[in-house]
Design a protein around this ligand. Sequence first.
Ligand SMILES: NC(=O)c1ccc[n+]([C@@H]2O[C@H](COP(=O)([O-])OP(=O)(O)OC[C@H]3O[C@@H](n4cnc5c(N)ncnc54)[C@H](O)[C@@H]3O)[C@@H](O)[C@H]2O)c1
Ligand SMILES: O=C(O)C[C@H](O)C(=O)O
Length: 328
Amino acid sequence: MAKTPVKVTVTGAAGQIGYALLFRIASGQLLGSDVPVKLSLLEIPQAIKAAEGTAMELDDCAFPLLRGIEITDDPNVAFDGANVALLVGARPRTKGMERRDLLEANGGIFGPQGRAINEHAADDIRVLVVGNPANTNALIARSAAPDVPAERFTAMTRLDHNRALSQLAQKLDVPVSDIKKMTIWGNHSATQYPDLYHAEVGGKIAAELVDEAWLRDTFIPTVAKRGAAIIEARGASSAASAANAAIDHVYDWVNGTPEGDWTSAAVVSDGSYGVPEGLVSSFPVVSRNGRWEIVQGLEINEFSRERIDASVRELEEERDAVRALGLI
Ligand SMILES: NC(=O)c1ccc[n+]([C@@H]2O[C@H](COP(=O)([O-])OP(=O)(O)OC[C@H]3O[C@@H](n4cnc5c(N)ncnc54)[C@H](O)[C@@H]3O)[C@@H](O)[C@H]2O)c1
Ligand SMILES: O=C(O)C[C@H](O)C(=O)O
């Protein structure tokens, strides 16, 4: 029997992540090689023409799973019947812009998008926020969508997770596939905490396989500041690796994480590990039956506690700032 196409809405579709993402979605890598998709591209009016150009290229790939492309500058149209929403488009920080201005400008994007999702998306909508500041943008969108279960709003820390896997694999000279149970805690920012006290390599705890100075002074800052290092090297922020992480996040969410392992995602906190309820914070998670579940019962040592708390404090400050602006 023919399957109904899944509607995937991508905002900021004409941007650099959009360009790295759309072809992979259309080829079946987001949801599965037997799942037909319809793409909806949301852009600002000035970028609609560029989005049309990308759509022409998508057509020219003749992807068997691609069942239609819609291009619009209206969130109510873009999210109408959407099953998956990838919120990539955001207002970048420009020269002279204060953090408050950045949060306010993004509130003007993610509030209306959250409302449009609330009113028009399909009942099974799943939202991944990529655009920065990703965790707090997800909080804003979620607050604007009271009728959508909170668990459907997530923000992306899978790129940080993948970066941590690669850094550790290179240090230990092992394939990435030998590493299990990596965790990113907190915010997608320089305060994030990549945790080696639960990660396992060949069944051994990773923190016991590296010296403490490397863990503290090299591993953590390299992972946490990798985004800035990419910008410095490329002259533009990460695009293909960010798109890859978005694909990994949604694929696992829909299809489940492998037994005996977990991944990292920023989800709405239920109070686990002392993270205040409602904050969108990164945790170790598994996906079962299409739902993220926070891995429970991990022992958190003092070193980890301090770092998780520092990142969560930053999330609380961002939450308080958007609350003061009336955005949540
Ligand atoms: N979470 C992560 O791990 C991660 C990693 C890399 C980049 N990012 C963030 O992702 C975002 C996008 O990055 P990029 O490199 O693609 O940027 P980009 O500037 O190349 O593209 C952004 C696109 O968003 C569009 N846009 C702006 N406002 C919009 C709106 N209201 N509705 C729809 N589209 C809108 C712009 O027209 C532009 O085409 C940035 O905020 C970046 O910081 C996050
Ligand atoms: O866009 C950025 O500021 C960096 C990005 O979030 C990244 O982690 O690569």
